[in-house]
Ligand binder design. Structure first.
Ligand SMILES: *[C@@H]1O[C@H](CO)[C@@H](O)[C@H](O)[C@H]1NC(C)=O
Ligand SMILES: *[C@@H]1O[C@H](CO)[C@@H](O)[C@H](O)[C@H]1NC(C)=O
Ligand SMILES: *[C@@H]1O[C@H](CO)[C@@H](O)[C@H](O)[C@H]1NC(C)=O
Length: 457
């Protein structure tokens, strides 16, 4: 008995040593990308690591800095945190010459600042340099939301996703909008209302969401699954083509997340989720990240079969990595030898979904196999994408022309998502930022992986 206890302790110790080494390795990868951004793209949105330039793909407000904040806080990267906190008050959100996306701006900038606020007011308060620095995150969030809210100025209240700020904030006039870009605002906007006491922000987002929660029968071809786009002027559905993909996925994701955020106010949201008896029918539509969302739903609703379904999806994604190793198409053998991951789509743009689902799977089961899967993916992504002064999206991992073709672009979600989920899966079990099994926990992650503090009455 005693012997066995000792062995278990030893095994736990060995695991911790491995985790500590890996934690340091993830931080080193963060620093490499961050230093590249600091040196060559500071104050701009994204680093171009191969040419040591920058790209202002998110209105030039410094997207990578804002998107990196919550990750830097959780990693304890104090210098980066200081740099970002000094920078954020200087952003002039009113000024940009390029089109503003309500959705992207909400999940990256608003989500990033609100998350920084919640973390520094909560478990990471020791990292806050000053009261002023924290308050500035909230006042800048208000400034930004006040500029964005013109989007909801439609007959129906369904927002126009596309805005122009120059010379004055106004709608671009796009006639329709996707359910993901309508339905992935409510967490950030409601949080802003709860933090400021001004209900307007949450009301705008919930008003738009109401069209998605109560679709007419013809827009709900399968129970729980609704059409993809709405006309912004009258809030009717353009189509009834359900799906779970780029234009729709995070609408479903946020339903369960809102229920976690406040199960009283958002009780009805949980019933709209695709968690139905017909669940399996949809499996062919589902892509990798949804594994994590189903696991989360199963944990929160205490429905083990949803957890199991999510684990199956996650395993399916993992399979798509390893199967390619056993049976690569002739043309891709060389690539597999080196990178070892899947090439269904020739482009790899630093997306996090596989590691994200592994994180939820690990939290649900405690099975370290998921840690290993995530680590393998991370090492391969890093090996393939590290380029110049940071990491780069790869345009053609198939090497059609005999060489890897890089896009020369380090998207800001590399910081907020990939590095964060990899770090979280290695982080101390009892950290307050973790998704918890059997309880609500303290934080819920927005779709850009920014942890938002759940509502406490
Ligand atoms: C809603 O607006 C669209 C686009 O203008 C139009 O085609 C559609 O007929 C309208 N639907 C209703 C019910 O008014
Ligand atoms: C990531 O890539 C860099 C550059 O190739 C390398 O130095 C580092 O060891 C890699 N880290 C991990 C965790 O694989
Ligand atoms: C491969 O090379 C050809 C000819 O130079 C070029 O037109 C094509 O865009 C290249 N393909 C990729 C994926 O870079």
């Amino acid at each position: 008995m005693q012997q066995r206890g000792k062995l278990l302790t030893l095994a736990a110790f060995a695991l911790r040593v491995v985790a500590t080494d890996r934690i340091e390795a993830v931080r080193a990868v963060f620093r490499r990308s961050w230093d590249g951004y600091r040196q060559y793209a500071w104050g701009h949105d994204s680093l171009r690591p191969l040419t040591n330039g920058y790209y202002d793909d998110r209105n030039g407000w410094g997207a990578s800095a804002v998107d990196a904040l919550s990750t830097a806080i959780i990693m304890g990267e104090e210098e980066a945190v200081q740099q970002i906190l000094e920078y954020i008050p200087t952003i002039d959100f009113a000024t940009t010459s390029t089109e503003v996306s309500l959705f992207e701006t909400t999940i990256r900038y608003l989500g990033g600042m609100l998350s920084g606020y919640d973390l520094l007011r909560g478990p990471y308060k020791d990292m806050a340099p000053s009261e002023e620095a924290i308050e500035s995150l909230l006042s800048q969030s208000v400034r930004l939301a006040d500029l964005l809210k013109v989007a909801f100025n439609t007959e129906s209240g369904v927002p126009d996703n596309d805005l122009l700020f120059d010379p004055e904030p106004r709608r671009k006039g796009t006639p329709d909008n996707w359910i993901a870009t309508i339905g992935t605002l409510v967490l950030e906007w409601e949080r802003l209302s709860d933090l400021t006491g001004n209900i307007e922000y949450g009301e705008l987002a919930k008003g738009a969401e109401s069209y998605l929660l109560r679709p007419p029968p013809e827009a709900e071809p399968f129970p729980g699954m609704i059409g993809s786009r709405l006309w912004v002027e009258n809030g009717t559905f353009v189509d009834s083509m359900g799906g779970w993909n780029g234009g729709t996925d995070s609408f479903y994701e946020y339903l369960i997340k809102m229920y976690i955020y406040d199960p009283v106010r958002f009780e009805s949201y949980k019933y709209r989720h695709v968690f139905r008896e017909t669940l399996y029918f949809y499996s062919s539509h589902l892509a990798c990240f949804n594994g994590g969302n189903f696991i989360l739903g199963g944990l929160v609703l205490d429905e083990p079969r949803y957890v199991d379904f999510g684990l199956e999806l996650t395993a399916g994604c993992h399979e798509s990595y390893i199967q390619t190793v056993t049976a690569p198409p002739e043309s891709q053998i060389e690539f597999y030898d080196e990178a070892g991951f899947w090439i269904i789509n020739a482009q790899y743009s630093l997306r996090p979904e596989v590691i994200e689902s592994c994180y939820y799977a690990y939290r649900a089961t405690g099975n370290i196999m998921y840690r290993e899967w995530a680590w393998d993916a991370f090492v391969k992504i890093n090996a393939t994408s590290s380029a110049g002064s940071g990491v780069s999206s790869v345009l053609d991992v198939q090497r059609t022309n005999g060489t890897l073709v890089f896009w020369d672009f380090q998207d800001s979600f590399w910081f907020s998502e990939v590095l964060k989920y990899m770090y979280l899966i290695l982080l101390d079990e009892d950290s307050e930022v973790h998704v918890k099994k059997g309880e609500r926990g303290t934080f819920v992650y927005n779709t850009e992986a920014h942890p938002i503090r759940i509502f406490e009455s």
